[in-house]
Design a protein around this ligand. Structure first.
Ligand SMILES: Cc1cc2nc3c(=O)[nH]c(=O)nc-3n(C[C@H](O)[C@H](O)[C@H](O)COP(=O)(O)O)c2cc1C
Length: 191
């Protein structure tokens, strides 16, 4: 299994990255090939809306650090997207990556009800979200919104690991249940 893990927090050892690394290390121990990218350390822009990927190319025209990342994601079986919640959304670093996945959509994606993606369907998405606010009802809209669009892209199986409450770096260690959930999910995906 090829796994790509994108860390959306600027904190390399922050809460969402710690959980993502824990999860992917379990998959790696079971034989998965894991590629991890700390998005904050890369130089890239969001989608420029040039529509080259819809008119003359099969991929994004962007020539920056996301180019190889997008290729890795296209070739992967499982994508981990890990992010802190910032102003009720994913981080800007992760959002800019997500906008670039527009290039995975076929030119006729808006009207084609059968196949919208250029990617091989049947991929797995694991969304990791950490928010400082302990109320689960708050910001609960993030995951369903993105899993809807990632389904278009071919990530037909999506899974959520979400923690509400950790605020300072390291706080995630006080939420042992989420690590148990991560173990359970890893065992389900790679029995
Ligand atoms: C710019 C910024 C915006 C934030 N916005 C929210 C928010 O809207 N809701 C919330 O619950 N927590 C918010 N937080 C708190 C983070 O979600 C929290 O600190 C989280 O644990 C960070 O995860 P990380 O360590 O993976 O970066 C915000 C933090 C920052 C720095």
């Amino acid at each position: 299994m090829k796994v790509v893990s994108l860390l959306g927090s600027p904190r390399r050892k922050g809460n969402s990255s710690t959980l993502a690394d824990f999860f992917t290390s379990l998959l790696q121990a079971k034989g998965a090939e894991v590629s991890t990218y700390h998005l904050n350390g890369l130089t890239y822009k969001g989608c420029q809306a040039c529509f080259a990927c819809k008119t003359r190319l099969e991929h994004c025209i962007g020539e920056d650090d996301l180019k190889p990342v997008l290729q890795k994601v296209a070739d992967s079986d499982l994508l981990v997207l890990a992010s802190p919640v910032y102003f009720g959304e994913v981080s800007a670093q992760l959002k800019a990556f997500i906008d670039r996945t527009f290039s995975f959509l076929r030119p006729d994606y808006a009207t084609n009800k059968e196949v919208k993606t250029r990617l091989q369907p049947g991929k797995h998405l694991v969304f990791i979200l950490v928010q400082g606010h302990p109320k689960e009802k708050l910001f609960a809209d993030i995951y369903p919104r993105y899993s809807y669009f990632f389904n278009w892209l071919g990530f037909t199986h999506s899974h959520l690991l979400r923690v509400c409450g950790p605020y300072a770096k390291g706080d995630i260690e006080n939420y042992p249940e989420i690590f148990d959930q991560a173990k359970e999910l890893a065992n389900k995906l790679l029995p």
